[in-house]
Design a protein around this ligand. Structure first.
Ligand SMILES: Cc1ncc(COP(=O)(O)O)c(C=O)c1O
Length: 413
């Protein structure tokens, strides 16, 4: 027997949320009841092309047999034990992450904010002997919604109404190395950036910026930390976006940050967070220093392992690199100099930002009405985050919907 024999209609679902669910999200008035591949169906059985992708989570699309089979198998074997003990999948998953990133170790958690929290604690442990505790982050960044992640986030609006922020975070203009170096003080222990700002509007760093940050950190004895929560799991065309951004520099094998937060797409929709820490810093977090009840459960690790292995075996990074470029080019071709909805396109692979001439939320709502789901980012940017196995036909469908919206806007302005 299933707990969901008959789905209620949209109105009833929305009413239930209104009465019983904390209203902390501003949700679009649609309720989804099932998905398959790149599509979702609402409670009235209307189909939508999903280029929101759970905000960069559904890397293999909806109802992926890879995810479903891994879930089913491990659920019938060992869902959870405790971090008081060992299980085989934790080491196996950590091993492939280390193989794809560099010599180091991994701490498992359940979300992006938690993956960042591990970086914050690492930075504090690292700075402790000399009394340093401060992390410099970028203006326009987003690092999550816990108190510390909110303090790290370079956007005042997320902190409003919550009193004094957690101390030890300062925000510096993004992509400005001189300002970053000027901001370093005796209390600074680390620099944390997103290699491509996601919520901030798909703003990629340049190769020279990342290399410059590494130099600043080396000169001042700081940790260089990357938040790849949104950009990781092959979305950029490489496993991590910093690897993609450094391509062609000749430093690809040599350049490493000291810590990386990952989450979102790692297990194709099952919650997991992972923090990679470069050797020798991983051992700063010794026994008793950090923990999570659910983090690194056999179930989460098994699903992530199956998803990542599938993505590697099927070259999904390469695929989304090419398809993303096609999507980028086709959208860029829609742009007219001073009219129409679309002003510009940014990003790489399956992480594209479409800068629009109106408020991003309003545009996202209008595209939803046209049957295309996108994720609003900065005020005037909507993100396209298709599954990494999206088809060329689905890309053409998205371009056709955006093209129609763009044309109508051109005609009315
Ligand atoms: C770059 C980045 N860091 C952290 C987070 C927070 O992740 P979570 O919502 O899983 O805590 C997000 C979520 O959008 C993100 O984009």
């Amino acid at each position: 027997m299933t707990h969901r024999m008959v789905d209620p209609g949209t109105a009833e679902i929305l009413e239930g949320y209104g009465r019983f669910v904390v209203p902390s999200y501003s949700r679009f008035p649609v309720a989804f009841v099932r998905g398959k591949g790149s599509y979702l169906w609402d409670a009235e059985d209307r189909r939508y092309l999903d280029f929101c992708g759970g905000i960069a989570v559904n890397v293999l699309g909806h109802a992926s047999p890879i995810v479903a089979e891994a879930l089913e198998q491990e659920a019938g074997r060992l869902i959870h034990c405790s971090n008081l003990y060992y299980h085989p999948m934790g080491a196996k998953l950590a091993e492939i992450l280390v193989r794809w990133i560099g010599a180091g170790k991994v701490f498992f958690s359940n979300s992006g904010a938690e993956a960042n929290e591990c970086l914050f604690k690492l930075a504090r442990r690292f700075g402790e002997p000399r009394g340093a505790f401060e992390i410099l982050t970028a203006q326009g960044s987003f690092h999550g919604r816990t108190l510390a992640a909110m303090a790290a986030t370079g956007q005042d609006k997320v902190r409003q109404g919550f009193g004094a922020p957690v101390p030890g975070f300062r925000h510096v203009p993004f992509l400005d190395l001189a300002e970053m170096e000027r901001a370093v003080g005796p209390a600074t222990s680390a620099i944390l950036v997103e290699p491509i700002q996601g919520e901030g509007g798909i703003r990629p760093a340049t190769r020279s910026y990342l290399e410059g940050l590494r130099e600043i950190c080396d000169r001042h004895g700081l940790l260089l930390l990357f938040d790849e929560v949104q950009t990781g799991a092959f979305r950029s065309g490489r496993f991590l976006a910093f690897q993609r951004l450094l391509e062609g520099s000749g430093k690809e094998t040599g350049f490493l940050p000291d810590g990386i937060a990952m989450a979102k797409g790692l297990a194709g929709g099952y919650p997991i967070g992972a923090t990679w820490i470069r050797e020798p810093y991983a051992d700063l977090l010794g026994p008793g220093s950090h923990a999570s009840t659910f983090g690194g459960s056999p179930l989460a690790c098994s699903v992530a392992f199956a998803v990542l292995q599938h993505m590697e075996e099927h070259g999904l990074g390469e695929q989304i690199r090419e398809k993303g470029e096609r999507l980028h080019n086709e959208l860029a071709a829609l742009i007219s100099a001073d009219r129409g909805l679309i002003r510009s396109v940014s990003g790489v692979g399956g992480l594209l930002g479409v800068q629009v001439r109106r408020d991003a939320r309003t545009v996202a709502r209008e595209l939803l009405d046209r049957g295309l789901l996108v994720a609003p980012a900065a005020e005037n940017v909507v993100r396209l985050l298709p599954p990494l196995n999206v088809s060329l036909e689905e890309i053409s469908e998205a371009v056709a919907i955006l093209g129609a919206a763009n044309r109508e806007e051109e005609e009315t302005t």
